[in-house]
Design a protein around this ligand. Structure first.
Ligand code: NAG
Ligand code: NAG
Length: 347
C-alpha cells in the first residue's frame, strides 16, 4: 500500500500532515484511501518579535553587541559608525530612552552588571584611538566609572594590564570579571579578575590545544560554576572551572561548519544559545548537568536570513527573550520563547 504525506505548514510552527493510504490505479486516481491526520511539532522554541524596538530607525550604525539589565528592564545596544551615538538605551518594551558616544571608540562586546543599588554596563572597546584597547564600565547614563587596560595602547602586558581587541566579558554578582581578549589581536587569552581587578587566573596562549585559543570571542558562566568560552577560530567551545581555571573539556562536534561567535545560557539553565555569524544561524544546545560536559547536542536551530550575521547576543534573565546584535542586518532583534507548546500526537 502506498503512503502519501501531504503537509501544510500553518501557524508558523505547526506542520499538519495528512497521510493518504491508498492505491494508485492505472488511471492515476486515488481510491480506497483513509485519512490520518497527525500534528507534528517542529522543535521551534522561539518566535521573532517584530514589534521590538518600537522605532528601529535608532539603529544608525553597525550593531555589534547588546546587553540586558533585567533587574532594571533596560536593553543596551552598541553600534559603530561615524558621527552617530555609539550606545543606545531602550526599555525592554522597546522604547528608546537615551544615547551617548563620548569615551566610546569602537565597541565590540558588552555586559550589563546591575545590583539593586547600582545600574551599570561594561563595554569592550577595540578602537585604536585614545579610548581603545580597553574594557570600560559605565553607569546607565553613560558616565565612565572604570577603565581596565591601558587606554589607547594595545599590548600583551599583565602589569599594567593591556588588551588588544578585547572581545567580551562576563561579570558575576560577586564582582569577579571574566574577559576574553580577543578578537584577532595580539592576545588569545581568558582572564579572571577579582572585584578589585587583581588577576586570579588566566589562560594566555595562542593555539589549538586544551586551554589555548584562536579568537576567544564570547564568555559566559553556568550555575554549576563553569566558564564557557566561544573559541571561534578553533571552531569549539571550551569549558573551565570558574574557581581554579582548570580545563574541563571542549565541544567541537556542533561547529564543524562554523565556529561559535556568542554563548549564553537560558534562565532555566536548560539550553545554551550559540550564534554562528557567517551561517546567520542560532543553535539551541542542550546544557549538560553538573559534572562532565559530555558531547554537544543540538536541540533546535533558528535560521536567520542570509547575511544577517548575528555577532553577539544576550538573554533576558526574567523573560528568557534572546536579543541578537546583527552586524549584517544592522539591527538588534528580539526572539521570545513560545509560551505554549502543542503536544505532539500521531495516530
Ligand atoms: C555623537 O552623537 C551625536 C548624535 O547623538 C552626533 O551628532 C555626533 O557627531 C557624535 N559624535 C561622534 C564623535 O561620533
Ligand atoms: C595564533 O596562531 C595562529 C595559528 O596557530 C595564527 O594564525 C595567529 O596569527 C596567531 N596569533 C597570534 C596573535 O600570534
Amino acid at each position: 500500500m502506498a503512503r502519501f504525506w501531504v503537509c501544510v505548514a500553518g501557524a508558523g510552527f505547526l506542520i499538519a500532515c495528512v497521510i493518504l493510504h491508498g492505491r494508485l490505479c492505472g488511471s492515476g486516481v486515488l481510491r480506497n484511501f483513509v485519512f490520518q491526520v497527525s500534528w507534528r511539532t517542529e522543535k521551534l522554541l522561539y518566535r521573532l518579535d517584530l514589534d521590538w524596538p518600537n522605532y528601529p530607525e535608532y539603529f544608525t550604525g553597525t550593531t555589534f553587541c547588546v546587553a540586558v539589565d533585567s533587574l532594571s528592564g533596560l536593553v543596551y545596544v552598541a553600534q559603530r559608525g561615524d558621527s552617530i551615538p555609539k550606545v543606545l538605551v531602550f526599555t525592554e518594551d522597546g522604547y528608546f530612552l537615551r544615547a551617548w558616544n563620548y569615551t566610546v571608540d569602537t565597541p565590540h562586546g558588552m555586559f550589563a552588571a546591575s545590583t539593586p543599588y547600582e545600574q551599570s554596563v561594561w563595554i569592550t572597546d577595540v578602537g585604536s584611538g585614545s579610548y581603545g584597547h580597553t574594557v570600560k564600565k559605565y553607569n546607565s547614563f553613560g558616565d565612565l566609572v572604570q577603565v581596565l587596560g591601558t587606554a589607547g595602547k594595545k599590548g600583551t602586558g599583565l602589569n599594567p594590564l593591556q588588551f588588544d581587541n578585547p572581545a567580551e566579558l562576563y561579570v558575576e554578582d560577586t564582582g569577579d570579571i571574566y574577559i576574553v581578549d580577543g578578537d584577532g589581536g595580539l592576545n588569545n587569552r581568558l582572564i579572571k579578575l577579582s572585584q578589585d581587578f587583581m588577576i586570579l587566573w588566566l589562560h594566555g596562549e595562542n593555539g589549538t590545544g586544551p586551554g589555548k585559543f584562536n579568537i576567544p570571542h564570547s564568555v559566559t558562566l553556568d550555575s554549576a560554576g563553569r566558564v564557557w568560552v566561544a573559541d571561534r577560530g578553533n571552531k569549539r567551545i571550551q569549558v573551565f572551572n570558574k574557581d581554579t581555571g582548570e580545563w574541563l573539556g571542549a565541544w567541537s562536534d556542533c561547529f564543524t561548519d562554523e565556529g561559535p561567535s556568542s554563548v549564553r545560557f537560558t534562565p532555566d539553565g536548560k539550553h545554551l544559545i550559540v550564534a554562528q555569524l557567517g551561517l546567520s544561524r542560532l543553535l539551541v544546545l542542550a546544557a549538560p548537568p553538573v559534572g562532565s560536559i559530555g558531547t554537544c547536542s543540538v536541540v533546535s536551530t533558528i535560521q536567520l536570513p542570509d547575511q544577517t550575521l548575528p555577532h553577539l547576543l544576550e538573554i533576558d534573565h526574567m523573560t528568557g527573550a534572546i536579543y541578537v546584535a546583527e552586524i549584517g542586518a544592522k539591527q538588534v532583534q528580539r526572539y521570545v520563547p513560545l509560551s505554549t507548546y502543542v503536544p505532539a500526537f500521531s495516530t
